[in-house]
Design a protein around this ligand. Structure first.
Ligand SMILES: [Zn+2]
Ligand SMILES: [Zn+2]
Length: 172
């Protein structure tokens, strides 16, 4: 642990105002080993490296961003809101990171960090968020009703690309 952390995402338990509720907090060691606080909350939030070092080691998890396995773990185990928060931070700070998510429709992996693209109302870059699931742009296009523009998923559209609601109101 004396080795300098580089290009590593740090996840630790922050928040916890009364000691039992906690929120995951995040920090990042950049490629030069410099500490950046991404998100720090509550009394356990670590605005700097000294604070982090005071935490019990078992409350800290490190993810090497150069390691595909570690990156995939982020995409698979982190809450969507946290993935998006991280992707936003890396995007804004122009750091090339791989924060993958698995498309809820096709199961493909996509990187949430898209350089040069901010977070729009549809998410990061071209990635869409619907029903608190992440869906890639292709699946979103395929699964969106051509009449009302609602995303319902490919299986809920008829041959004319209509959602159930539009189909019914058409028949009246
Ligand atoms: Zn997809
Ligand atoms: Zn519709």
């Amino acid at each position: 642990m004396t080795e300098k952390m580089k290009n590593t995402l740090v996840e630790y338990r922050g928040g916890g105002y009364d000691g039992c509720i906690f929120e995951y907090n995040f920090a990042y060691y950049d490629k030069k080993g410099k500490y950046h606080s991404i998100f720090a909350s509550g009394c356990m939030g670590c605005k700097n490296e000294e604070d982090l070092k005071k935490l019990p080691p078992q409350d800290i998890i490190y993810y090497k961003l150069g390691d595909k396995k570690d990156c995939n773990k982020i995409g698979e185990t982190f809450a969507i809101s946290n993935c998006l928060r991280l992707a936003e931070w890396f995007t804004q700070n122009n750091i090339d990171a791989y924060i993958p998510f698995v498309c809820a429709q096709c199961g493909e992996r996509f990187n949430l960090v898209v350089q040069g693209m901010g977070i729009g109302k549809h998410g990061v870059g071209g990635i869409m968020i619907d029903y608190s699931e992440l869906v890639c742009e292709d699946c979103h296009t395929i699964g969106t009703c051509g009449y009302c523009g609602e995303f319902v998923g490919e299986n809920c559209l008829d041959e004319e690309h209509r959602c159930e609601f539009c189909r019914e109101s058409d028949q009246e």
